[in-house]
Design a protein around this ligand. Structure first.
Ligand SMILES: [Cu+2]
Length: 118
């Protein structure tokens, strides 16, 4: 990491992707997986919204690769499912497929409408 932080080299892109999860353990796991992807500078996930905010270097990594590495640790990311074996090994509190206790269906719909991707 010898790159000098400079706005002249702004290849950094902000993005928000949907990542399924429930709790603080999920949060730690998701953020760790995201930050492990090369070129990811910032990753913060919120249980309430199941959204992961990212800042990443578009020259180093594709958003899809970040989503892949998160899915690989057990959390469905940007529509990419986690492998069954990995999901099965998650602690009970992290089993988001049985329904997120923090969130009702209606909230999910609302959220989708309010999200402006393009
Ligand atoms: Cu969890």
């Amino acid at each position: 990491m010898l790159l000098v932080a400079s706005s002249a080299m702004a290849q950094n892109q902000k993005a928000t992707i949907d990542v399924r999860g429930n709790c603080d353990m999920c949060k730690a796991r998701i953020e760790k997986a995201a930050l492990k992807a090369k070129g990811v500078k910032y990753a913060v996930w919120q249980a309430e919204t199941e959204e992961l905010r990212l800042i990443y270097n578009t020259k180093k990594v594709l958003l899809n690769d970040v989503a892949q590495s998160i899915a690989a640790v057990g959390h469905e990311a940007d529509g990419i499912s986690a492998p069954d074996s990995v999901y099965a090994a998650l602690p009970m509190c992290c089993k988001y497929e049985s329904g997120n206790p923090h969130k009702a269906e209606d909230d999910m719909l609302m959220e989708h409408k309010s999200k402006e991707h393009k």
